[in-house]
Design a protein around this ligand. Structure first.
Ligand code: FPP
Length: 222
């Protein structure tokens, strides 16, 4: 099973506590780390977390972005070791070229040093945009000089061989996908909650899963 999460509401969570937005992102990162462990324990194979959209990178104040880059540095330098130990690997989707060089390098290292044959994959969407991903794949297909079918096209996306998400969760109350896994979400089940991401507990995640379990996925069949 593959679950995607749009981790929205960090800023509001911090504001409610009269804390800077950066404190919200830090709380969000800690929540994300615990959720990934929880998902792995449940036997989920892929968890994709939307950590920074292309639009966030273009539009958020420098100070907030620097705070987020600081969190990415910390995660990929320190926290990732525990993930590897648990036989999990990391994959990053998005355009790394617009990130600070050292961050891009850390992300690459995080992917390359991942254990072979890992049972769980944590996918980070960083400077990710679904439309940009599709355009990039179209250009790769054109460069290859031959027509592609849906399966071959999917291989050209950043997600490559990662299966499509079965369930996409968005916290923080907005009812949209915001350019997240645009091509891959065609048949995903969607779950929206008002809970702000730092408050999105393991129990809330379980609630989303049981909601999903009650859905009937027909993929166009009757
Ligand atoms: C959206 O909340 C959240 C983000 C733009 C950043 C999410 C990033 C993390 C949780 C850190 C991830 C860490 C790693 C290592 C990848 P918002 O700021 O838009 O919240 P608001 O809508 O309440 O303002």
């Amino acid at each position: 099973m593959h679950v995607g999460i749009i981790m929205d509401g960090n800023g509001r969570w911090a504001k409610k506590r009269l804390l800077p937005r950066s404190a919200g992102h830090k709380a969000g990162m800690n929540r994300m780390i615990s959720l990934a462990e929880h998902a792995q324990r449940l036997g989920i194979k892929y968890l994709t977390v939307y950590a920074l959209s292309t639009e966030n990178l273009a539009r958020r104040p420098r100070e907030e972005l620097d705070g987020l880059f600081g969190l990415f540095r910390k995660y990929f330098n320190d926290n990732i070791k525990k993930l590897y130990k648990s036989n999990a690997r990391v994959k990053v989707i998005g355009d790394k070229t617009a990130l600070p060089d050292d961050v891009a390098e850390l992300l690459r290292g995080g992917e390359e040093n991942s254990p072979e044959g890992a049972e769980f994959t944590l996918v980070f969407a960083i400077n990710y945009g679904g439309r940009a991903e599709i355009i990039n794949a179209v250009n790769r297909a054109v460069e290859s000089g031959k027509k592609v079918d849906e399966r071959e096209f999917a291989e050209l996306l950043y997600t490559g061989s990662v299966p499509e998400p079965d369930l996409i969760i968005r916290t923080g109350g907005e009812l949209r996908l915001s350019n997240f896994l645009t091509y891959q979400s065609a048949y995903s089940e969607l779950y929206f909650t008002d809970v702000l991401f730092p408050d999105f507990s393991d129990g809330e995640f379980d609630k989303a899963l049981s909601d999903y379990a009650g859905r009937e996925r027909r993929f166009g069949k009757v």
